[in-house]
Design a protein around this ligand. Sequence first.
Ligand SMILES: *Cc1c(COP(=O)(O)O)cnc(C)c1O
Length: 439
Amino acid sequence: MIDSKILHLILKEEKRQEETLMMIPSENYASQSVMNALGSIFTDKYSEGYANKRYYQGQRFSDELETLCIDRAKKLFKVPFVNVQPYSGSPANAAVYFALLSPQDTIMGLSLPSGGHLTHGVPSITFSGKFFHSVQYEVGKDGFIDYDAVEKLVLKERPKLIITGTTHYSRKLDFQRFAQIAEKVDAYVVADMSHVIGLIVAGAYPNPIPYVDVVTTTTHKTLRGPRGAIIMVTEKGLKKDPEMGNKINKAVFPGLQGGPHMNTIAAIAVALQEASKPSFTVYGKQIVKNAKVLSEELVKKGYELLSGGTDSHVMVVDLRNIGILGNTAAEGLEAAGMILNRNTVPFDTNPPYFPSGIRLGTPGLTSRGLKEKHMKMIAAWIDRVLKALILSKKQLKTNDTLERKKEIRKKIVDMAKELKLVNKEVKFLCKQFPIKKEY
Ligand SMILES: *Cc1c(COP(=O)(O)O)cnc(C)c1O
């Protein structure tokens, strides 16, 4: 039995998830089968090393499990080399750098406000910006990656490794162009597909595998598995360096990690099996269809989206033209039952904790079974909440007249009422679409 305090929190979290619309583009709902594997007896096993070369005894079934997981990944992604041991996405990227680079080599990635990840070389606060010489590229004023500008920067800085892949950039990436640019300076190209790997499996997003040397991905976002990560080396990567796979294995263990989480590897294997079903292709395509409708509805209502829309599962609303901050919007939407995150926008003059945008996406909504018509409802609710927040924005000041104080207080009460009304409708929809336990 789980002790009552923890059980209580688990049950409350379950209720919270059931009663809210989860639009955080990096989250999803793993199946009960994934969770069962995660909570299985493999939790207890130490398996330092790799299959058939472990440093502890009792590995017969761990070896079989890890080999099966690797084989499923190789088959699903059509790659010759896979490592399934990274604890999560950030350690996976660290392992790739550790395998292919020396300290202070130059790396190049998309900046955080433009949609890159912390591990793509964000200066001074991350290992990737501290232990390497990091040069970052940005999106252009139109919100799209300017490949000519990337090429210019690459020729000037001559990075040893270029990392592509994003956390809030909503448009397709041109992996072939990245590869052509990298070739000019003989740089490695790594595609970090954490956010879009499920879309790639479904054929709903460009596949980097023919063009890049290494692909990293988390397993808990659009892939809908447990929290974990996979590193793959492509045919191209192995041709460049036949030792690349071995180097990556050594970087993961013993370079950066100790024992792999065998229970996670079991759950990744389950998720890979689920992702190889035809229904997953339908799922991935529906994510993008839903995102398109949601983004178009928001644009119709006058909201400004980065790059004007989306080709994937994610979008960022730039709130600067309506004059509220991302945190205010995210908190207001939470009060109405819609869960998303505050987000910086390119060239944001506000700090990351009080940024100018919100980020939202459709992987979770789509797992729940929501379709285009529901996206229209959600866009209308978002609009109602944001409008209510804007109206109530005026701050009380000590020298306000009594009249003005009353007026402002009324607006705040009206806002709270509107959020409650929206929340009621949100809850009603949630009830009709319970979180799924099997796919
Ligand atoms: C989520 C993400 C990561 C990091 O994953 P964690 O599991 O949170 O460490 C790395 N890169 C990209 C592009 C991501 O979206």
